[in-house]
Design a protein around this ligand. Structure first.
Ligand SMILES: Nc1ncnc2c1ncn2[C@@H]1O[C@H](COP(=O)(O)OP(=O)(O)OP(=O)(O)O)[C@@H](O)[C@H]1O
Ligand SMILES: [Mg+2]
Length: 378
């Protein structure tokens, strides 16, 4: 099974999964692979470390998609032909401000909101939970038209499900519920608006006394006018996530914890009526020795006899193989378990642990080859 088949009818592909499993790299590799199949693709990543920018040979990505020079891929054996690859790194705070700018009825209101200190403090915290702004950006790109496929990376997050809860958090922000709960001093308020635990303190330190009161009342008045527009936008964004042309792909490593999270994620997607197109198990240890354990005991003998290694070296090499073999067997068992728990309807792709990090275009193309299989016609 190839990613190309999974995404045959997709216009939007959301890459989810727990932290550090390879979402950003996979997003870029998938986007490149689809561009090589003649599509006009944009990949939106959320990668504060700018790893993707580095991988694509751009020093910095900005808040609008930028076209990647096709020569970069040509040079490493992945001609894009008529396809186009565009990439951007989401700037959550800027995207959020842009959203406000679009929703504001006039320039004066817009300026007042953006300058309001309560807004600034809170929007930082909201932008810190980047999920909604990311989907809002993708929604905006779909409205622009011209894209065959949008690939959305999701933020580094301890909880991959934040993504699905984000629209609710944002709605709470807009109708002032978050702030009201916050001011009542409830811990629930803090949870509601995300991870900004120092938020109240920060807010009170910066905006005090009478100023706080007037800023607060301005805040509610100004944002009150935007609620309708925001609700509409949030509904469109949710509809986008549920559209038949939107596919979620789940990335996981073959370890226990990310697998548990993947299963949980699938349940949540299902409950939210969103489509899981498939799962990608990334960084799977390859089994150099095949499935048989019997080969191991003889390996050092063979290495001594046939490869002419000294006995201690032969033993060390054999031990290294044995370690790899044990990891490979663990991975294989975990993958089988994952497949069973996801159910037959969910295609599962395995990507081996590649030598070295995937930090350049060449690495992306190697990953792409694993995800898409051998080029057709060869
Ligand atoms: N198949 C692979 N083989 C070897 N290295 C890989 C592979 N896939 C990803 N990596 C490396 O693993 C690291 C983590 O990848 P990546 O940044 O894409 O993960 P992520 O899920 O986006 O992380 P975060 O949750 O922090 O955003 C990177 O250094 C990347 O180069
Ligand atoms: Mg990432």
């Amino acid at each position: 099974m190839s990613v190309a088949a999974l995404l045959a009818d997709a216009r939007v592909c959301v890459i989810g999964g727990s932290g550090g499993v390879g979402k950003t790299t996979t997003s870029a590799a998938i986007a490149a692979g689809m561009a090589a199949r003649g599509l006009r693709v944009a990949v939106v990543t959320i990668d504060p470390a700018q790893r993707l920018a580095t991988a694509l040979g751009l020093d910095e990505l900005d808040n609008e998609p930028r076209r990647i020079e096709p020569e970069r891929f040509d040079a490493v054996g992945l001609p894009l032909g008529d396809g186009e690859l565009w990439a951007m790194t989401l700037d959550p705070k800027r995207t959020f401000d842009e959203l406000i700018e679009k929703l504001a009825p006039d320039d004066a209101t817009r300026e007042q909101i953006l300058a309001n200190r309560v807004y600034r403090e809170l929007s930082d915290a909201i932008a810190g939970s980047q999920e909604f702004t990311a989907v809002a950006k993708v929604h905006e790109l779909t409205q622009e038209g011209g894209w065959d496929l949008l690939v959305l990376d999701t933020p580094p997050s301890r909880n991959a499900l934040d993504f699905l809860d984000a629209p609710d958090r944002l709605s709470a922000f807009f109708d002032g519920r978050a702030l009201q709960t916050l001011l009542r001093g409830g811990g629930a308020g803090l949870r509601l608006i995300g991870r900004g635990t120092g938020l109240v303190l920060g807010l009170l330190k910066r905006v005090t006394g009478a100023e706080l009161l007037s800023d607060l009342s301005d805040f509610f008045r100004l944002l009150g006018g935007l609620i309708g527009g925001f609700r509409e936008r949030a509904a469109q964004v949710e509809a986008l996530l549920r559209a038949p042309s939107t596919q979620f792909l789940l990335v996981t490593s073959p370890e226990r914890e990310p697998i548990e999270e993947a299963i949980f994620f699938q349940r949540r997607l299902r409950a939210a009526h969103m489509r899981l197109g498939g799962a990608i198990v990334n960084r799977v240890h390859a089994d150099e020795l095949g499935g048989e354990d019997g080969g191991l005991t003889d390996l050092s003998v063979v290495l001594e006899r046939d490869a002419g290694l000294s006995p201690p070296l032969a033993a060390r090499v054999a031990a290294a193989f044995a370690d790899e073999h044990a990891l490979a067997r663990r991975d294989a068992a975990n993958v089988i378990q994952l497949a069973e728990r996801l159910g037959h309807g969910v295609p599962l792709l395995q990507v081996p642990l590649l030598d070295g990090d995937v930090h350049d275009v060449e690495g992306l193309v190697r990953l792409q080859a694993q995800l898409f299989g051998p080029p057709r016609g060869r």
